[in-house]
Design a protein around this ligand. Structure first.
Ligand code: B16
Ligand code: MG
Length: 219
């Protein structure tokens, strides 16, 4: 039986734009200052994970215990370095094909929402001039629980009036794929098949990808 597609929920970092590289340089700079080694494998663990949980990961890795005020100061420093890169973003940093795919969904009456853990999502969408493409925007400012909790996607489906099992989540992070599964969604992994092995299927990117292709692969 053909999959009945009602809505699509898009993660931001790593699905629509490659901001993971900006997070990496900012977290690595902070980790270095704290004397904690931080490499790409660490960054992979932090994809989809909230800012505070990302800092806690680094502190755990370095067996460091800090008071709350210091943690807030460190997160603000990291975010300032991150924002300095985000401020300069341009629409040409959108991944190839993602806007065309979203436009195809919208033209077909399929609801489209953002489901990101990032508190900086509104700024990134603005810099890339893509905010008006979404029927609903759920981001780090509207949620209490970090992925793999499904809150961000359940709120997205709720805003679109869609059923999770007829709603597809596009995710690049292990924590995000797990969040989608925890919410009862179908999920397409963007990136490495081994890392995202729990997804329904894996896509390298959106270039040339169509709604028909999506429905075919989920049916
Ligand atoms: P911010 P996503 C996530 O965005 C990132 O993948 C993750 O690395 C980041 O720590 C988190 O947002 C919070 O971001 O510091 O900007 O609030 O992948 O869920 O779109
Ligand atoms: Mg992501």
């Amino acid at each position: 039986m053909a999959f009945e597609l009602q809505a699509c929920l898009f993660d931001l970092d790593g699905v629509i734009v490659d901001t993971a590289k900006y997070h990496f340089t900012a977290w690595q700079r902070l980790a270095e200052e704290l004397g904690v080694p931080f490499d790409h494998a660490d960054n992979e663990q932090l994809k989809g994970v909230s800012r505070v949980d990302s800092l806690e990961y680094i502190l755990r890795k370095g067996s460091l215990e800090l008071d709350n005020d210091t943690k807030v100061r460190l997160m603000d420093r990291k975010n300032d370095w991150y924002l300095a890169q985000v401020e300069a973003m341009q629409p040409d940093e959108l991944f190839p094909g993602v806007v065309a795919f979203i436009d195809e969904l919208r033209a077909a009456g399929v609801g489209v929402a953002l489901g990101s853990s990032s508190k900086n999502a509104p700024l990134i969408l603005d810099r890339c001039r893509i905010a008006d493409r979404f029927d609903a925007i759920i981001d780090g400012n509207s949620i209490t629980f970090s992925k793999p909790d499904p809150e961000v996607f359940l709120k997205g489906a709720d805003a679109l009036g869609s059923e999770p099992d007829r709603t597809v989540v596009f995710e690049d992070a292990v924590s995000g794929v797990q969040a989608a599964l925890n919410g009862g969604f179908r999920v397409v992994g963007i990136g490495d098949a081994e890392t995202l092995s729990q997804a329904d299927f894996i896509l390298d990117g959106f270039d040339g990808f169509t709604m028909e292709g999506l429905v075919d692969r989920l049916s």
